[in-house]
Design a protein. Structure first.
Length: 114
């Protein structure tokens, strides 16, 4: 379950920033998670709950925004949502040279604290 180590990294990053800004309590955290990261939102929530106890995060609310996979065909410039992560052929021209334009995100959008 790599979500536990991901959430630990999130906590470490926020703790560092909170300390630098004299925050003693975190109220809200918003994460953006793309489908291609294979990070499961429910597992992230479980890890959040497990790690938050008796810390500055114990009363915080976790919000997770998921991003679906979107691709752009380099040949015909069609933007499309692949049927699955292994089928990246363009539905219009059947081209296989595509750029992933969404779905790889995994970042802290923002956090709030006191």
């Amino acid at each position: 379950m790599h979500e536990l180590s991901l959430m630990k990294s999130v906590f470490d990053t926020i703790k560092s920033s909170a300390s630098a800004n004299n925050m003693k309590k975190i109220i809200k955290i918003k994460l953006v998670v793309g489908d291609m990261t294979m990070a499961e939102p429910e597992s992230l929530r479980f890890a959040f709950t497990a790690l938050a106890a008796d810390t500055i995060f114990q009363d915080a609310c976790l919000e997770i925004e998921t991003k679906s996979v979107q691709a752009l065909c380099k040949t015909c410039q069609t933007s499309f949502a692949p049927r699955d992560l292994y089928d990246l052929l363009c539905p219009d021209c059947q081209g296989f040279q595509v750029d992933i334009i969404s779905g790889r995100e995994l970042f802290i959008d923002y956090f709030e604290g006191e």
